[in-house]
Design a protein around this ligand. Structure first.
Ligand code: RRO
Length: 605
């Protein structure tokens, strides 16, 4: 297991060097001077630098693509991607001109294994690709050729218009073809070719590697299981971030739980198990050698360059923070991000405090896919609070979160007061927890009662919890009520130290292709710049009603947006969805905020 990070920390702008038609698809190439060479099966999150939110605020999220080929360049490497224009994101990428720049985050995820890693007896490889799924197999074939692994390639296409990439990526080798319409090769499915091959004598010495549409992968997995041949499948799932933050790319494991395909895949062993051990074990200790749990006070002049001498250090509920930018709960998984980006993440951590994803008393698997849906200038999520439960969190996550170089705020949620009390009492004694956020506003857990929708319930909850802890209690408010200020006042009267708002707005979408809801469970919560004016309005209303500090959030993408939140009364500003697009959005926004607040034109409401 490699101790090196998968990818440079954050996103970087890479120049397009070529973009040409290839059958019904396009092959475009990027010059990457900084990134490490990707493994076959790994992927990148891509978005164009300009004109991304071009048509009605879409595309908004970056798109995930497997890398199809890699070439050495004078300076760094050149990456090839195979792409078909099927929606606003792929259409924009297909239209790229050489010289334009693309935001690149990667390489990400687990790549394919060698045959011998899958089975002692496997010495050769059979690659099975369908449609655009041939892309990662092109790089895999090249890797196996270089390491003298005997490899056979079976590729299938729907029709001629969907047979792109062949000449560009597989021109050099013998390939058996199949097509649904019979225009080339075997008239039928590529899995017919695999079936015939596995019935042959030498199948027991091979491992199968497949990428393509889900029905094809199911058929490959079934064939391999029946012939007792090991296989790896490169899968796809809608994802917003690619580095474990959004929890959108959930794929069932078969035991009732889900894996995040971005960090547990995209290559998985047939049968649903992930490829192997976690990507990387985080190193113990802090980069500066200080002890975990000692980081709740900050000296001036931190890594972002924001310093208390410059008047930017913030006191929040008795906790000293280096700057006003924190993360919104559930939008950044620091443990997963550290596995992807390594300790570089800690050296210049994006936030001045870290808020955990909300935990519950008992473990939860989360909601069934589809969990995310892109909308104009935003997205809907219905993640459904997947978490390890209080005990799992304390045993497994808390020690790792205690190594972060910033104070930790743990977000908790329960459907009943007694469960809330048990969680608060259990976390009260933890020195590594600086404060607690009470999530009384999740739109995606259907308990019958959302405490934060009723001022009396909110006040009663706070009155029950206040005697249990000296730690600051921050109440996360819902925007899905007529009068959020009334709930904020109730929280303050009940003994809350601060309020945070807004959680996401209840929302829905329809997949016009299938006629089904865009979100598996029918509805979810809307976030992103689309909700920012609502968030600003609600922060303003709450600030006029309470005297406790406010954490403002909702669609903050820039220093100016953060300044707007502060102008209407926020003490801290949380960044949420923007971290999916830019993993270092927190650092960027903190720096922009400092620069903007020094500017002479600064005005306030
Ligand atoms: O996990 C979620 O689905 C979720 C939560 Br807990 C929340 O508070 N807000 C949200 O939009 N999603």
């Amino acid at each position: 297991m490699s101790e090196t990070p998968l990818a440079p920390c954050g996103r970087r702008a890479c120049e397009v060097t070529d973009n040409h038609a290839s059958g019904g698809y396009r092959v475009f190439s990027l010059h990457d001077p900084e990134g490490p060479e990707p493994e076959p099966g790994q992927f990148y999150m891509l978005a164009t630098e300009i004109h991304w939110e071009q048509r009605g605020g879409r595309p908004f999220l970056p798109r995930a693509f497997s890398v199809a080929d890699v070439h050495p360049a004078d300076d760094g490497i050149e990456l090839d991607f195979l792409i078909e224009a099927v929606g606003p994101g792929t259409e924009r990428l297909c239209a790229l001109d050489p010289g334009e720049r693309v935001w690149v985050n990667g390489p990400l995820g687990n790549g394919f294994s060698e045959p011998r890693q899958l089975s002692d007896g496997a010495v050769g490889a059979i690659l099975v690709g369908g449609g655009i799924g041939i892309a990662p197999l092109a790089l895999l074939r090249r890797r196996f050729a270089a390491s003298n692994v005997p490899t056979r390639v079976l590729l299938g296409f729907r029709d001629e218009a969907h047979s792109g990439g062949l000449d560009d990526l597989f021109a050099c080798c013998e390939v058996a073809l199949a097509s649904d319409d019979g225009h080339v090769g075997h008239h039928g499915h590529v899995t017919d070719l695999l079936s015939a091959m596995l019935a042959g004598d030498d199948a027991s010495s091979a491992a199968v590697y497949a990428c393509g549409p889900p029905p094809m992968l199911d058929a490959v997995a079934a064939l391999c299981t029946s012939h007792d041949v090991p296989s790896e499948l490169a899968m796809e799932s809608p994802m917003a971030c690619g580095f474990g933050a959004c929890y959108g790319c959930a794929v069932p494991r078969g035991d009732g739980s889900y894996m995040r395909l971005c960090v547990d895949g995209p290559v998985v062993r047939a049968g649903g198990e992930t490829r192997g051990p976690p990507l990387r074990k985080p190193a113990l200790g802090r980069p500066d050698g200080s002890l975990p749990g000692s980081a709740h006070k900050f000296s001036a002049g931190g890594p972002t360059g924001l310093s208390s001498q410059q008047g930017r250090a913030i006191e929040f509920c008795g906790i000293e923070l280096e700057h006003p930018i924190i993360n919104a709960s559930g939008t950044f998984d620091a443990i997963a991000a550290r596995r992807v980006y390594g300790d570089e993440l800690l050296r210049d951590f994006p936030f001045s405090a870290f808020v955990s994803k909300t935990i519950t008393l008992e473990p939860r698997a989360g909601n069934e896919p589809q969990r995310i849906w892109e909308t104009p200038a935003g997205m809907i999520n219905s993640i459904g609070l997947p978490n390890k439960g209080l005990d799992g969190f304390i045993a497994e996550d808390l020690p790792q979160l205690g190594e972060l170089p910033v104070p930790l705020i743990v977000s908790v949620m329960a459907t009943g007061r007694e469960d809330f009390k048990r969680m608060v009492a259990a976390l009260d004694g933890r020195g590594d927890v600086a404060a607690l956020e009470l999530n009384v506003s999740c739109p995606n857990v259907h308990s019958g009662l959302i405490v934060g929708e009723q001022p009396e319930e909110t006040a009663a909850l706070l009155e029950a919890l206040r005697p249990l802890t000296q730690k600051p209690l921050i109440v996360k408010l819902t925007p899905n009520v007529a009068d959020p200020a009334a709930v904020a006042v109730a929280a303050e009267e009940g003994g809350a130290d601060a309020v945070s708002l807004i959680n996401t707005l209840k929302a829905s979408a329809v997949d016009l292709g299938s006629g089904k809801p865009g979100i598996g469970v029918g509805q979810g919560g809307l976030s992103g710049p689309a909700v920012r004016p609502i968030a600003v309005g609600q922060v303003r209303a709450v600030a006029g009603a309470v005297s406790i500090p406010i954490v403002g959030m909702g669609g903050v993408c820039s220093g100016e947006d953060a300044l707007e939140m502060i102008a209407v009364g926020a003490t801290l500003v949380a960044v949420g969805t923007e971290s999916f697009r830019d993993p270092r959005a927190g650092n960027r926004i903190a720096t922009e905020l400092l620069e903007r607040s020094r500017s002479p034109e600064l005005t306030s409401t």
